[in-house]
Design a protein. Structure first.
Length: 169
């Protein structure tokens, strides 16, 4: 946190709180489809926003805090493993893309991040259960991840565009 201004730290805290609130609220909403493991991942809008506006370090801290606190609030320790693996791979996939994508292509990063998030979750499921056959479920998660990534990506892109406009005013 050395070299970080109070304003930057406050923004990170606010974004973490927003992401956590979205995460908790989404957990209370029935899944859009009755397929285990499929959800929109609306808190990822904040992750994408942080990656493209704040950079690697702050985005990583916001994501880590949201995952840790979200797992504590959910009361399921095993969800921490799935979320950490998925979140870390998602972040590692998105970070290099922020240097090559334009503001109108941010949604692409979200889709790729969602795919890598699913890869992380499948890998953890295989390790936890000792059942490599779980990988056969990946195509289902891939399709839902692409759809969720599109939705959250376009939402994050719209949020960034809106905030950019506000800064210019």
């Amino acid at each position: 946190m050395k070299g970080m201004t109070t304003r930057q730290l406050s923004l990170m805290a606010l974004l973490t709180a927003i992401a956590l609130a979205i995460h908790v609220a989404e957990a209370q909403i029935p899944a859009p489809v009755p397929i285990p493991g499929v959800k929109l991942g609306l808190a990822n809008i904040i992750t994408v926003y942080a990656v493209f506006t704040l950079g690697a370090g702050p985005a990583c801290m916001i994501l880590a805090a949201r995952i840790l606190l979200g797992s504590l609030f959910a009361g399921q320790a095993i969800s921490l493993l799935y979320s950490l693996a998925g979140g870390l791979l998602c972040l590692l996939a998105m970070l290099p893309l922020r240097k090559v994508l334009t503001r109108k292509q941010i949604w692409v990063s979200s889709v790729i991040g969602a795919i890598f998030h699913n890869v992380g979750q499948i890998l953890v499921a295989i390790v936890v259960t000792g059942t490599p056959a779980i990988a056969s479920y990946f195509p289902v998660l891939l399709l839902s991840g692409i759809a969720a990534g599109l939705f959250t990506g376009f939402a994050a892109q719209a949020l960034i565009a809106r905030m950019d406009k506000r800064k210019k005013q």
